[in-house]
Ligand binder design. Sequence first.
Ligand code: SF4
Length: 318
Amino acid sequence: MFGLKADACSIPMPEVYYGLDDYAKSTARWCPGCGGHSILAAVHKVCKDKQYPPEKTVCVSGIGCSSRFPHYMGTYGFHGLHGRAFPVACGVKFRRPDLHLFVITGDGDCCSIGAGHWVHAIRYNMKMVVLLFDNGIYGLTKKQTSPTSALGTHSNTHPHGSVVPPINPLQTTLGFSNVSFVAQTTDWHPAHLQATIRKAADHPGLAFVRIVQRCPMFMKDLYGDMSADPNSLILLNHEKGIDLDPAIAKSFKRNLDHDPSDLGAAREVAEIHDGIPVGLLYQNTENMRYDDYGAHNLGMSIDDKSKALDALLDRYAI
Ligand code: SF4
């Protein structure tokens, strides 16, 4: 961070300019080649591009490899309980709607133990960017079947292959009440990853981004070939979609026109299995947001609320 002063005839400059270093803290201790590294770099970049003050930015996570994320951000952070990132994040946003909020969760954290909170966080639609690191396995506990593990995945809990069909996080989220933003990207396409997180950060409600993530330690065969094959990604094209540099957009071998205001079409895209559709599946900026109520303190000033809470607690004082 450094201060800049404008002279009399120059364009006014901000007093403070944040660099990438202002958002970084300590060395990430994920395995070499883990997709988490590029996601972390993308969030640093988006925070810098948007000049989010680090002291006005919060990263909330649950438990899992991905949930170590707040330790690597030079912002405020909350490394919470397994599956409980969403309620903590909703509490932060309700009380401090002025903060920039990222929720970091994994496929186990969000889609298994945290699934109940996932449903209601989507329904509440409070402004936050949710990054689902989906590597299809429990990595922190060393290779157990997760809710998104493909049928037949060999793991320590299913040595002969998993037997229950996986959850599709895109399709599931698109089915929740009041869903307002669903996108998909991958850890191995940094330009698309950054552009997607940037679009999510601009959304007025809860932006849910599924990031297809590589786990070379325990699932090296899952996306290893796909990440090296340019034909594996299908770019979703639309003027309302992710804003990509035209030269980068041109580099995609496969394209699909998709209007992100069409929920039914988004559900069809979520079912594509002969490649990974990347882009904005669905967006509706008009949905009701619960943080609107928080911002107005349910019709009470903060002082009135504090007095009412004190009075309530006094009833139980001895
Ligand atoms: Fe990343 Fe997998 Fe290592 Fe966890 S176990 S840090 S997800 S590579």
